[in-house]
Ligand binder design. Structure first.
Ligand code: HEM
Ligand code: HEM
Length: 182
């Protein structure tokens, strides 16, 4: 392992990581808090979920552009090959869900002809999808399943980061935080 190779993510990658992680957790809790609501009360809560979800989509596109232009630090040589494969697979699945969930949400909602309101500061219209509420509902069911998969994946990801940092003593959390971790 060469000293010249950075062992830490770039500052931009770190900011994107924690901003998006926080937004995803908040958006998950918003969706859960609407679960037992109905009618106007549910719509009011869910409109926050839609707007924040679209903001996550924009942040993720910017993050992927950043990722493609800034080389991430290589995974530690001390990780077993199955651990490396699991980490890479989980990270790839995260990016797929971070794009697929908001896009799927927007497409599904468009079946209802509904637009997304950004707290009165702007509006995003429905896509001309050419299908109705029934298909829209099916897409949103898939979205709900995808959302649950993302939350399970997040817990697996947190367990991996904690195990590597504190049990194996392989730098992990420090790589995704500001400072001079090696
Ligand atoms: C990364 C962004 C997003 C994440 C992580 C996310 C995650 C979730 C989760 C976890 C649920 C609850 C699933 C359940 O408990 O069954 C949910 C429900 C829902 N989401 Fe999202 N979501 C995101 C973006 C969006 C966007 C942009 C829209 C629409 C424009 C949207 C529309 C919905 C709708 C309509 C439901 C209710 C689905 C149902 O009850 O069948 N979501 N989402
Ligand atoms: C839903 C929320 C989260 C998402 C979507 C997410 C996503 C990701 C992704 C995609 C990467 C790979 C970065 C890359 O190589 O491009 C990553 C790395 C990382 N994440 Fe998260 N993350 C989330 C929450 C968390 C939390 C809560 C923790 C704290 C325990 C955490 C700790 C880390 C660490 C330490 C790394 C660096 C792994 C390495 O050593 O290479 N993440 N995360």
């Amino acid at each position: 392992m060469s000293d010249a190779v950075s062992q830490r993510y770039s500052t931009g990658a770190i900011i994107f990581h924690w901003l998006i992680a926080l937004a995803v957790i908040i958006n998950w809790r918003i969706a859960e808090s609407a679960e037992h609501l109905e009618g106007a009360a549910r719509s009011a809560v869910m409109s926050n979920h839609f707007a924040l979800g679209m903001i996550i989509l924009v942040l993720t596109v910017l993050r992927i552009i950043w990722r493609l232009t800034h080389t991430p630090p290589p995974l530690s040589d001390r990780l077993k090959s199955w651990e490396k494969a699991l980490a890479r697979g989980a990270h790839a699945l995260f990016y797929i869900l971070l794009i697929g969930l908001p896009l799927g949400g927007w497409i599904g909602l468009s079946g209802y002809g509904a637009s997304i309101n950004f707290w009165g500061m702007g509006e995003l219209g429905a896509l001309p999808v050419g299908f109705g509420e029934e298909t829209g509902h099916e897409i949103l069911e898939l979205h709900g399943t995808g959302g649950s998969i993302m939350i399970y994946l997040m817990f697996l990801h947190i367990l991996g980061a904690l195990k590597h940092s504190f049990i194996d003593k392989i730098p992990s959390l420090s790589r995704m935080w500001f400072g001079s971790a090696r």
